[in-house]
Design a binder for this molecule. Structure first.
Ligand code: GLA
Length: 376
């Protein structure tokens, strides 16, 4: 994993990097769009990682394995509107806390697919935050790295995301998912010993703006409207399920459905953590399918490819499946009994090809660990 980033660094800059750091992508088992609404999320890191190889320098030059040549970046100028913005965002946020080097050369290489809803951007920002702060001689803990990475994406790049992706990329533990209560900041490890299947819809969704920002505005509008009735309500996920009937009368239909998704998803996510802790994968699977239905009908962030993969997975023997990540494209996570994996994947491939005329990319992963130093 490290080798390509280090080899790219040597090829690009004609020297050995001072260090290399990698951070994982993630799948979210349950808790979609709850992280910017004060609710819980249940992500796990995947085995696909992004590696940053870096060395101290007098200027800032960034190179990606995907493109030839290094880009010289003025980190104080306007953002370039490409992948370097994520690294520049990290540099600026580290500078704000006095934890950035004076300059750096870095190369990145990644096995996290981009635009597949698997959080390639958080893998990059978290790895860059750890690498660059280490070059400055600073050792930031996992929460601090997640916060720098979050601000880079949210405040600098302008994606109105929550904190789930950066938190799991930073703090993940092998063979565990994390139950992250975003309102309190409490994080609990939940054992996740098995494999999950990831099926890419092949529809790419890049998050720089677009639907996620639009949904967030809808959530803010819904919260403002509900606070006229419940002034103490400080986040949509805190609305009691028993108040949904009244909320329906107060809100336009689309906003009500967004709220209903968040309230039911909050309950599902906490129940999912209980099911996982009990090793009850069948119960977890049912929650995944209920979550998918809620995404499709209430949050309206699913796409036909994902709906088909979920239906097909269940028909061929999966415990459950669900579009993971922001949506409007991306990947479906499928939970199957260990012995049924092959049958399920073959069935999905067949059904998907019949409907969309192509075979989806699919692979399995275990819950992996968070950001770490790699050998150079
Ligand atoms: C994106 C965001 C996350 C989260 C999910 C939806 O991945 O980066 O913070 O909001 O969408 O659950």
């Amino acid at each position: 994993m490290t080798a390509p980033a280090v080899a790219a660094f040597r090829g690009q800059f004609r020297r050995t990097p001072d260090l290399a750091v990698s951070a994982p992508g993630r799948v979210n088992l349950l808790g979609e769009h709850t992280d910017y609404n004060g609710g819980p999320v249940l992500p796990m890191a995947i085995s696909r990682r992004t590696t940053v190889a870096a060395a101290r320098a007098d200027d800032w030059r960034f190179a990606s394995g995907e493109e030839p040549g290094a880009i010289t970046v003025d980190v104080h100028a306007e953002l370039r509107r490409d992948w370097t913005d994520y690294v520049t965002g990290v540099v600026r946020e580290l500078q704000a806390i006095g934890a950035a080097p004076d300059g750096a050369h870095l190369t990145i290489s990644s096995t996290v697919p981009i635009g597949a809803g698997l959080s390639s951007s958080a893998a990059l920002t978290v790895a860059a935050a750890r690498a660059l702060s280490a070059l400055a001689g600073r050792r930031l803990d996992g929460r601090a790295l997640a916060e720098i990475a979050y601000r880079a994406e949210h405040d600098q790049v302008g994606v109105r995301c929550g904190r789930m992706d950066q938190t799991i990329a930073s703090l993940a533990r092998p063979r565990h998912a994390l139950l992250f209560e975003t309102a309190s900041g409490e994080i609990t490890e939940v054992p996740m010993p098995g494999r999950v299947l990831v099926v890419e819809t092949g529809r790419s969704h890049r998050l720089t703006g677009g639907e996620l920002n639009a949904r967030r505005s809808e959530c803010e509008a819904a919260l403002a409207a509900l606070r006229a009735r419940w002034p103490e309500l400080n986040a949509l996920c805190a609305l009691p399920a028993a108040s949904l009937g009244e909320a329906e009368r107060l809100l336009p239909d689309a906003l009500f459905r967004r709220v209903r998704h968040l309230v039911t998803e909050t309950a599902r996510t906490r129940r999912a953590a209980v099911a996982l802790r009990a090793g009850d994968l069948a119960a977890l699977g049912e929650l995944l399918v209920a979550g998918q239905r809620s995404l499709a009908t209430d949050f309206e962030s699913s796409i036909p490819e994902a709906d088909l993969i979920v239906d097909s997975a269940v028909r061929h023997g999966a415990y459950g499946a669900r579009l993971t990540g922001a949506g409007w494209g991306g990947a479906v996570l499928v939970l199957t009994p260990e012995a049924e994996g092959r049958v399920v994947i073959r069935g999905i491939r067949r059904d998907f090809a019949a409907a969309f005329g192509r075979r989806p990319v699919a692979w399995t992963t275990r819950a992996a660990g968070g950001v770490r130093r790699e050998r150079v």
